[in-house]
Design a protein around this ligand. Structure first.
Ligand SMILES: O=P(O)(O)OC[C@@H](O)[C@@H](O)c1c[nH]c2ccccc12
Length: 267
């Protein structure tokens, strides 16, 4: 039986082939070159960390393979504005359709509704998707080391750089981290969720954090619910966070974002 990540990536390859038949590479390339200029994603996170604050990447995600439907009342523009008002530094928007009920239009709408840099959250396997991300307005893309060989990861990172986008490189174990550190990418995301089994453990960030050089920006991803989880991650040197479900389940997203970022006076 194949694992979740393998199934997602197999479906993604078929999806990319269909997209390519609909809209040629030359066409999306033209759209990418005309797109609104990239907002600095990495710079926005660094600004927060340098000011002694938590750098939050707040995620717009309607559903997931592990949780099913997460949010009923789902309006990407409103969510983007709510996250910005609550103090998020950046946004992450799921565009994968079959597993996350995402849409490319969610990225376009969310970005247009706020000033925050936006990550296209998807399973990137082909340069076509990277150029398409820029055409949709993305400021950053995600590269998942568990889904990519070294050569492809390098190629996708190079394409992103050529189009002025930042790259968040995601790892889940020491071997993937070693490979990620060979890439010319400053944002290293440690995913507390194993994408093959979907199990979550915050100890993953604790185990890997000390191996991330201080000139990189460490982002702890997944399974973070309250300020105490952020403080736990901050203790091992992670000051940036990617949070989805816990915020998406709240009625008042702005208040929830503020509460998540609130730090104890003594801290
Ligand atoms: O909803 P959570 O547990 O707060 O997690 C957010 C984010 O880290 C998660 O959605 C994620 C991390 N890496 C991914 C890769 C693909 C899809 C989704 C993800």
């Amino acid at each position: 039986m194949s694992d979740v990540l393998t199934r997602i990536c197999d479906d993604k390859r078929a999806h990319i082939a269909a997209k390519r038949a609909e809209r040629s590479f030359a066409e999306i390339d033209r759209a990418a070159l005309k797109a609104s200029p990239p907002r600095g994603f990495k710079a926005a996170l660094r600004r927060e960390v340098d000011a002694g604050r938590h750098g939050l990447i707040a995620e717009i995600k309607r559903a997931s393979p592990s949780k099913g439907l997460i949010r009923q009342d789902f309006n990407p523009s409103e969510l983007a504005r709510a996250y910005q008002a609550g103090g998020a530094a950046c946004l992450s928007i799921l565009t994968d359709i079959p597993y996350f009920q995402g849409q490319d239009s969610f990225l376009v709408e969310a970005r247009a509704a706020c000033d925050l840099p936006c990550l296209r959250k998807d399973f990137m396997l082909d340069p076509y998707q990277v150029v398409e991300a820029r055409a949709l307005g993305a400021d950053c893309i995600l590269l998942i080391m568990a889904a990519l060989d070294d050569g492809t990861a390098r190629e996708l990172a190079d394409v992103a750089a050529r189009y002025g986008m930042d790259v968040l490189v995601e790892v889940h174990n020491g071997e993937e981290l070693t490979r990620a550190l060979q890439l010319p990418c400053e944002l290293i995301g440690v995913n507390n969720r194993n994408l093959k089994t979907l199990s979550v453990d915050l100890a993953v960030t604790e185990e890997l954090a000390s191996r991330v050089p201080t000139d990189r920006v460490l982002v702890s991803e997944s399974g973070l619910y309250g300020p105490e989880d952020l403080e736990r991650m901050a203790k091992v040197g992670a000051h940036c966070f990617l949070v989805g479900e816990s915020l998406m389940r709240q009625t008042d997203v702005t208040a929830a974002t503020r509460a998540l970022l609130a730090r104890r006076e003594a801290a």
